[in-house]
Structure formats: C-alpha cells, structure tokens
Design a protein around this ligand. Structure first.
Ligand code: GRF
Length: 220
C-alpha cells in the first residue's frame, strides 16, 4: 500500500527520551506513514535532545523557567509547532501541564503515552499506585490529550503481568519495553488513517482515503 503523504510529527520531551528514540527509529522505515520533523523540550538539559540531534532531527529547547507564565511558555511552544508545520504532537515523557488554550489549539492532534492501563492510575507514580492496588496486570496506554489529565480517548494499550516480588523499578522496566513497541504502532495507526477520533472514542477502519480521494483497503 502506498501512503501518499507522510504526516509531520513533533515529539515533546522532558527527560531521557527513550520513547522518542523508539518513534524516531520507527520513522526511519521508508513505508512508515509519519516523519519526525521536530523534537522540543521544556528542559534544556533533557538527555533526549542530544539523541534527537544525533539522529539528524531539528531540536528546540524552550526553558519553561525563562517564561513569565504558563500561557507565555505555551504560546512560544505553539509558535514553534506552527512554524514547523506540525500535523500531530506526540508527548513522550513531557512533564508539564498545558494551559487549556494550548490543549484546545491541538485538540485531536496531540497524543501521549502514559505508563498505566487507563483509566486506572492517572497522574504520577503509576507503578507504585499499581503495586498498592494489588492488580495482577499493569501496562501502558497511548491516548489523545484532552484538558483533563490522562483522560482522553484511548488509541492503544499493552499489558504486562505484575509478578511476585516486583517493585516499582521492575514494573517500570517491563512496561517500558512495551511502550517502545506500542507508541510507534499507535502513531502509525493514526498517521495512516486507520485510527481516527470519532467524538470521544477512537474508531478503526481497514480503509483509508488517499490525498487524491481514492479509497485504499488494508486487504489489498
Ligand atoms: C515513560 O514511562 C512514559 O510512559 C511516561 O514518561 C516516561 C518517559 O520515559 N509518560 P522516556 O523519557 O520516554 O524514556
């Protein structure tokens, strides 16, 4: 199947950027339906920035502490994304809450990966939350971003067992392996048009409409 046009993706990070690296690696495939055209961070010391630059991706560091308000930072970030003609924003360990205006501006065009099986265990310390709850399955979720934290429509999930003796670090490591598989797969579903938002749900189809209007079937 031919994808007529790759969608332009920005990845936002705050730290080491291992999920970012998995997206960049996936997007090197000729038939991957998205290209990573920008990596931006609110922390100039984020380890992932150097990795992105080494992969030849343009990077921007916008130190949130240098802006007088959340709205001012979000405005500067928005301007960078618009200047780069970004179609879709992927949050990958971006540890900063957005203003409602920013989320509104990117509604339906921003996704996140969260280390739990949502709607369980929103927020931070998800592995500690899972251990405290005594669940036998835990995992990760790719979802659209809405104003309410970790509450948007779910695109894809992967589960792992919680094993006897697990601590938060062991669980985090087991889930991170799945995150690195899930996020590129979920982005490909969206970028190819096989997954799309329908109200507050994500729906899937095995046909996509090409830019020239032709309908292509996954079964072709
Ligand atoms: C991941 O566990 C992700 O699910 C969460 O933050 C972590 C980021 O890790 N949102 P990395 O920077 O991608 O290595």
């Amino acid at each position: 199947m031919t994808i007529s046009k790759k969608i332009r993706v920005a990845i936002l990070i705050s730290g080491r950027g291992s999920n970012m690296a998995s997206l960049i690696a996936a997007a090197t495939a000729a038939d991957y339906p998205a290209e990573i055209v920008l990596v931006a961070s609110n922390r100039p010391d984020a380890g992932g920035l150097a990795a992105a630059a080494a992969a030849g991706i343009p990077t921007r560091a916008l130190d949130h502490k240098a802006y007088p308000s959340r709205a001012a930072f979000d405005g500067a970030l928005h301007a960078e994304l618009v200047a780069a003609n970004i179609d879709l924003v992927c949050l990958a360990g971006f540890m900063r809450i957005f203003s409602a205006g920013f989320v509104e501006a990117w509604a339906g065009r921003m996704i996140n990966i969260h280390p739990s099986l949502l709607p369980l265990f929103k927020g931070v310390h998800t592995h500690e939350q899972a251990l405290a709850a005594g669940v036998r399955l835990h995992g990760c979720t790719v979802h659209y971003v809405v104003p309410e934290l970790d509450a948007g429509p779910i695109v894809a999930q992967a589960a792992v067992p919680v094993l006897p003796g697990d601590d938060a670090d062991a669980l985090a490591a087991r889930i991170l392996v799945e995150e690195h598989r899930l996020y590129p797969a979920a982005l490909a579903l969206i970028a190819s048009g096989h997954a799309r938002l329908d109200g507050d749900r994500v729906v899937f189809s095995d046909t996509v409409r090409r830019a020239d209007g032709a309908l292509l079937s996954l079964r072709e």
